[in-house]
Write a protein that binds this ligand. Structure first.
Ligand code: 8YV
Length: 323
């Protein structure tokens, strides 16, 4: 039987590529070139499946131009690069990579929270610049994490994993806001209290954004929300850049309206708003929330499993739509 053809849009672990080649004719991108959209569409011609990594937009126009496509497998839990209704209408399966990155991403949320609250990046830059000449009582004083109030916006799997870290590990009082309130047993498991979005911004000492991004929650954190925050509080984003109005955040940070922000995701990434890079009270990381070797391997293998299972047996492991 002739093998079906797939496209792997970005560089991936060689062993995952090897697994895929056992089942498919694979066109890959180990040079990791960022293909312009027209080139991506051209390379998708005649392909039954595509392995994407979250940056490739799959919409009605692309689907129309790629009639042979049957499945798009994202190596990411977020899938705001997919127009799922358009994919369903075109008979194309969408899959993502949930669960395998939950704990790793929650760890990163906590790392950013701690680095921001305790001013780790700013003080390290000071030390490296040779500016540390003496101790002083108020040098890089930050804010406490233990015993403080942790506010989580978006209480999915990663939000709950962060709540556990905060509550169990640091004795934090955990509050959350979500589109829908958690079932009582899940709420009890994470020992978190449901509050309105306004109360979350008013009461929390540390706010972590972990909600999925969509057009509806574009700039869900803007000047009005930031104005509600305590002057000693921090804002952490490990979701998607578009959740925050970055210009409004930069204005607030510049005026020390909040203590600091920790951002792993940006609206125009990999470009970062220069108003943010100019500031000291913000910790910036290049979208590395899921970046540990075992987790990235698990994510890549799950995307590969979805391609293999769907194109050889008609059943994917983590489908996002029903056809
Ligand atoms: C991915 C992520 O590495 O899974 C997600 O949604 O944000 C990260 O874990 C990233 O999306 C790859 O583009």
């Amino acid at each position: 039987m002739t093998k079906k053809s797939i496209l792997v849009a970005r560089a991936v672990f060689p062993e995952v590529l090897e697994r895929l080649t056992q089942h498919f004719e694979v066109e890959s991108n180990q040079a990791d070139t960022i293909w312009p959209r027209e080139e991506f569409i051209r390379r998708l011609q005649g392909k039954s499946g595509v392995f994407t990594t979250g940056g490739e937009r799959i919409d009605a126009d692309l689907l129309k131009a790629c009639p042979d496509l049957k499945i798009c497998a994202n190596m990411a839990v977020g899938y705001n690069n997919f127009d799922v209704p358009a994919m369903t209408a075109a008979g194309v399966l969408a899959t993502n990579a949930p669960d395998v990155l939950t704990e790793t991403t929650a760890d990163m949320g906590f790392a950013l929270l701690m680095a921001t609250a305790r001013r780790v990046s700013e003080s390290e830059a000071y030390l490296r610049a040779g500016q540390w000449t003496k101790w002083s009582y108020d040098m890089f004083t930050g804010t406490d994490i233990h015993g403080s109030t942790l506010g989580i916006l978006g209480m999915g799997r990663i939000g709950r994993a962060i709540a556990k870290r905060g509550g169990h590990g640091f004795g934090m009082n955990v509050i959350y806001h979500n589109r829908s309130r958690l079932a009582p047993e899940l709420e009890a498991q994470v020992n978190a209290k449901y509050v309105s979005k306004t109360d979350l911004f008013k009461q929390a000492d540390h706010i972590v954004l972990v909600l999925p991004y969509s057009a509806e929650n574009h700039h869900t954190v803007a000047a009005a929300e930031i104005a509600l925050m305590k002057p000693t509080s921090t804002l952490i984003n490990i979701g998607r850049g578009g959740l925050i109005d970055e210009n409004a955040l930069a204005v607030a940070l510049q005026a020390n309206k909040i203590l600091g922000a920790g951002l792993d995701v940006f609206e125009g990434e990999p470009k970062v708003n220069p108003a943010l890079t100019a500031l000291k009270n913000v910790v910036l990381t290049p979208h590395i929330g899921s970046a540990t070797v075992p987790t990235r391997q698990a994510m890549a293998n799950l995307a590969a499993d979805n391609l293999i299972a769907y194109l050889t047996q008609g059943q994917a492991k983590t489908p996002l739509n029903t056809l």
